[in-house]
Design a protein around this ligand. Structure first.
Ligand code: GDP
Length: 393
């Protein structure tokens, strides 16, 4: 599946940069065009893969290239004011060659949090291609204002996109690591999951194309209907017969007989599907009640089989209660892994979002209170007790 990716804000830009790197490394070819938008010049300059001409600095007259400082209302305002400049960069994208737009943003900050929903609304008005969001929730330790920003951005972003895929930094926080080092690893995890998912609809090699290969229309149909999505992933290392050691073991009789082989392949696939759906999701949630799901199995074609995928699909149907569970494979001839990616679309039982909203409301009340108190305190400080002094004007 070919995407036009737009990274909004610092996190968004960095993740799009990572997608480009992943594309080059794996040859998966999912990013047709990449654009980065920011109000902070330094963040745009820090990117390495997004072409320089596709980096758009917005809000120059308001914030002079210094960013909006976690003020997402300002982020939304400058995105609206400078939407023509963003559109200017999007005009260079051959939109007829893309299957969808993907807007990536951290929801706890200012520029991406406020700007991403504005851009989604704009793109949906102009183009017929679906507009998806990839929203990053902040870690719980980032503080009240980030939580409040994320809760407000989440509400708005969901409404403006065709589907909002969510990644929760809080669920992926690793203790004892520097924030930057932690993000580098987290960003790898993000790109691996979405890379396999979107790469699945982009298989081209003739011999490898099995009948059950995932098509981009299946990804689009799973995401259609809107709402919030989460992704699960599990992988297992396998011996790849295409490698020289595999061939050798076949000639020397080291290979298991065909039947055990098939049974092993099927069992491995079904267990990988369970691990993916029941393990750590990009947005942790209850999978029961999920509206639609898509199962993608990637790996060397000889380690993929229809029976395993069918079983995995049935199991997912039972667990989610959904009647719309699609599945297929994504053959990668030279891979040493069989990996399962499960896209759960239209999830409704997400305790993390409810918790985020509660903390956000509390933060909002605190902020209002502190502001009121601060006005009173300042008045007390500045005014003389008996009001004997007169200000100049
Ligand atoms: P903006 O530039 O004003 O849009 O704000 P940032 O993108 O810098 O930060 C917004 C939020 O994104 C932060 O609160 C973090 O939760 C998250 N974030 C920042 N950088 C990264 C990153 O590299 N990876 C991930 N996963 N999250 C990030």
């Amino acid at each position: 599946m070919k995407l036009a990716m737009i990274g909004f804000g610092q996190a968004g830009g960095k993740i799009v940069d990572k997608f480009l790197e992943y594309d080059q490394r794996t040859g998966s070819d999912i990013v047709r065009s990449a654009v980065a938008v920011n109000s902070a010049k330094a963040d745009l300059m820090g990117l390495s893969e997004v072409p320089k001409d596709n980096r758009v600095l917005i809000g120059q007259s308001r914030v002079k290239g210094h960013g909006v400082g976690a003020d997402n209302e300002l982020g939304a305002e400058i995105a609206e004011e400078d939407i023509d400049e963003v559109q200017g960069a999007i005009d260079n994208i051959p939109v007829h060659e893309v299957d969808a737009f993907l807007i990536v943003a951290g929801m706890g900050g200012g520029t991406g949090s406020g700007g991403a929903p504005v851009l989604a609304k704009h793109l949906k008005r102009i183009y017929t291609e679906p507009v998806y969001g990839l929203g990053i929730l902040p870690g719980g330790d980032e503080g009240g204002i980030y939580t409040l920003n994320a809760a407000r951005s989440f509400q708005t972003f969901v409404r403006e996109v065709d589907n909002l895929m969510v990644f929760d930094n809080d669920a992926w926080r690793q203790s004892g690591e520097s924030i930057e080092g932690g993000y580098a690893e987290i960003n790898e995890e993000i790109v691996r999951r979405f890379g396999i998912l979107f790469g699945a609809g982009e298989v081209t090699g003739d011999d490898e194309v099995a009948e059950s290969v995932v098509d981009s229309s299946e990804i689009i149909n799973t995401l259609a209907g809107g709402g919030v999505s989460t992704i699960g992933y599990a992988a297992e290392e396998v011996e790849n017969d295409q490698s020289s050691s595999g061939l050798l073991s076949r000639f020397t009789g080291g290979e298991e007989d065909g039947q055990t082989d098939t049974a092993n392949t099927t069992n491995r696939i079904t267990s990988l599907v369970r691990k993916a759906a029941l393990g750590r999701l990009t947005l942790p949630c209850e999978i029961e009640g999920t509206e639609r799901a898509l199962l993608v199995l990637s790996g060397p074609p000889q380690h993929l089989n229809r029976k395993g995928i069918e079983r995995g699909r049935k199991w997912l149907e039972e667990q989610t209660g959904s009647m719309e569970v699609r599945g297929g494979d994504y053959p990668v001839a030279d891979s040493q892994y069989v990996a399962s990616v499960v896209l759960l679309s239209g999830v409704n039982n997400v305790p993390r979002i409810k918790e985020l909203q509660e903390v956000a409301i509390e933060a909002q009340e605190n902020i209002d209170e502190i502001q009121e108190e601060s006005e009173e305190n300042l008045e007390e400080l500045v005014e003389d007790d008996d009001d004997e002094l007169e200000p100049l004007f």
